[in-house]
Design a protein around this ligand. Structure first.
Ligand SMILES: [Zn+2]
Length: 65
């Protein structure tokens, strides 16, 4: 058992790191957040992650361009 490290993985929210808050007052972010929510409900996690990445882009770079 030596050398084994338990990793703190939260199975309840596997996309926690990829779930940025949408930027306030940004229509695009609001739409993406909605999209992400719908995608998750339908089990389309790939689409949810893509929406999250686009939201994060705005947070990181200040725009969607
Ligand atoms: Zn935005």
């Amino acid at each position: 058992m030596s050398g084994y490290h338990e990793r703190p993985v939260s199975l309840g929210e596997p996309f926690n790191d990829l779930a940025p808050e949408p930027v306030p007052d940004c229509d695009r972010c609001a739409a993406l957040a909605e999209e992400r929510c719908e995608a998750r409900k339908e089990g389309q996690f790939g689409a949810a992650v893509i929406a999250s990445i686009k939201i994060r882009e705005h947070r990181m770079f200040g725009s969607h361009d």
